[in-house]
Design a protein around this ligand. Structure first.
Ligand SMILES: Nc1nc2c(ncn2[C@@H]2O[C@H](COP(=O)(O)OP(=O)(O)OP(=O)(O)O)[C@@H](O)[C@H]2O)c(=O)[nH]1
Ligand SMILES: [Mg+2]
Length: 401
């Protein structure tokens, strides 16, 4: 099982990135994000290109001629892996690998790989493992053929058979054994996660009388930085994608007499694999239960508007499309295009502009949150009293299992 996971790793490998786009090329947005993803996974990007396509080729996604060009570039740049921005079917990956002769990964596999390297808590580890297994389950055949070629067919001949395509040798049996192992492990993971989820739900219920805020937003938008600035939380902040995979909750007093809980959680990205959204449901429960969502937007990023749309889509997917939400324009200290910021302001006139790093605008943010808090205070008083949980609670609630 561990071997299988390693085949999807991109650590310290020389990567060529490919983004196949329909219609007009987007000026490199797709490649910029894919580069950040590949580098977050530890790869070195040696070449990248966008390919305009009119239709998807069922066998190789992009046209055969282009695949051959790609194979040439792989040799020239001594690449170990080709990463597509698009999601590829197991069959397409198999065909591409045959021609290109190095490992081919798609965007979802890359994201899953980053999550796997970032997961620190027991819950996050289980959640990532579940998502990876569910994603890779239909791809097991491909991975075994890949492993066989890596091991010089040693895997297939170990039990005395001549390996190769179409032969019902031990390779095939191994695949069956693996399928069974994977499906057993998936059941096990789901059972373990259910136990952890129950504990989390008890905790969330225990905070019923408090006003809860959840920081949501695109990965790298500055959610953890904001939580740290507001509450001295000491959460790790990094200029890498998916720095945070678990939830931290801290107490914050935005105005006299107004005490709220703020939770920082996992960031979103365009086309987040569904398997990840599903297995991170419990971590995202914080957002579902929040009285107010603060949508943190990196307005220094030229793709901010598209990122807002992606976040809104994930919010809908996890069932909080209708929650009260306040847009927070972060990183205003490094905005270069004032025109774009003004355009965003016309679209979201209530948004509060801040810099989580310099502290700019935090007073206005506190006032805006306090106003929302006052609006629901009466409602909150009607809820059950809060269970105070001793010194651990005042030091901040951690969700590290
Ligand atoms: N200049 C500037 N940089 C910021 C600001 N807020 C955050 N950053 C930087 O942006 C990067 C990402 O910040 P994080 O707080 O880790 O972002 P996040 O939203 O928690 O990211 P994930 O956990 O990956 O979803 C770090 O390098 C921060 O120092 C800001 O207001 N101004
Ligand atoms: Mg974070």
């Amino acid at each position: 099982m561990e071997k299988l996971r390693q085949t999807l790793r991109v650590k310290k490998e020389r990567a060529i990135l490919v983004a196949a786009v329909f219609g007009a090329l987007d000026g490199g947005d797709n490649l910029a994000e894919l580069t950040a993803l590949a580098e977050s996974a530890g790869a070195v990007v040696v070449d990248r290109f966008q390919q305009k396509i009119r239709s998807i080729k069922s066998s190789t996604y992009i046209g055969k001629g282009k695949v051959e060009q790609l194979a040439g570039r792989v040799k020239r740049f001594k690449a170990d892996v080709v990463i597509f921005d698009n999601d590829l079917s197991p069959g397409q990956i198999r065909e591409l690998e045959k021609i290109i002769e190095v490992k081919v990964l798609d965007r979802s596999e890359l994201i899953l790989d980053i999550f796997a390297t970032r997961a620190k808590t027991k819950q996050a580890k289980l959640q990532v493992e579940l998502a990876q297994l569910e994603y890779t389950y239909p791809r097991l055949a491909r991975m075994w053929s890949h492993l066989d070629s890596v091991a010089g067919a040693g895997g297939a001949t170990a039990a005395g058979a001549v390996g190769g395509i179409g032969t019902r040798g031990p390779g095939e049996q191994q695949l069956e054994i693996d399928r069974r192992l994977v499906s057993r492990r998936i059941t096990e993971l789901k059972r373990e996660l259910t136990i952890i989820d129950k504990r989390r739900i008890r905790e969330i219920n225990g905070r019923r009388g408090l006003f809860k805020i959840c920081l949501v937003g695109y990965t790298n938008a500055g959610k953890s930085t904001l939580l740290n600035t507001l509450t001295d939380a000491g959460v790790v902040v990094e200029d890498r994608l998916f720095a945070t995979l678990d939830t931290r909750t801290r107490r914050w007093i935005p105005a006299k007499g107004a005490e709220v809980l703020v939770s920082d959680t996992v960031g979103f990205i365009k086309a987040l694999p569904h398997q990840l959204v599903a297995s991170f449901k419990a971590t995202l429960e914080e957002a579902v239960n929040a009285d107010l969502l603060l949508h943190i937007i990196d307005v220094s990023n030229p793709g901010a508007l598209k990122q807002i749309e992606s976040v809104n889509n994930v919010l809908k997917e996890i069932g909080c499309g209708e929650r009260p939400i306040l847009q927070v324009f972060n990183k205003v200290d490094i905005v270069k295009e004032i025109g774009e910021l003004e355009m965003l302001q016309t679209l979201f006139p209530d948004a509060v502009a801040i810099s989580a790093k310099t502290g700019f605008g935090l007073q206005r943010l506190s006032e805006a949150v306090a106003a929302k808090y006052k609006g629901t205070e009466l409602l909150l008083r009607g809820r059950q009293p809060v269970e105070r949980q001793g010194p651990e609670f005042s030091a901040g609630i951690r969700h590290n299992y």
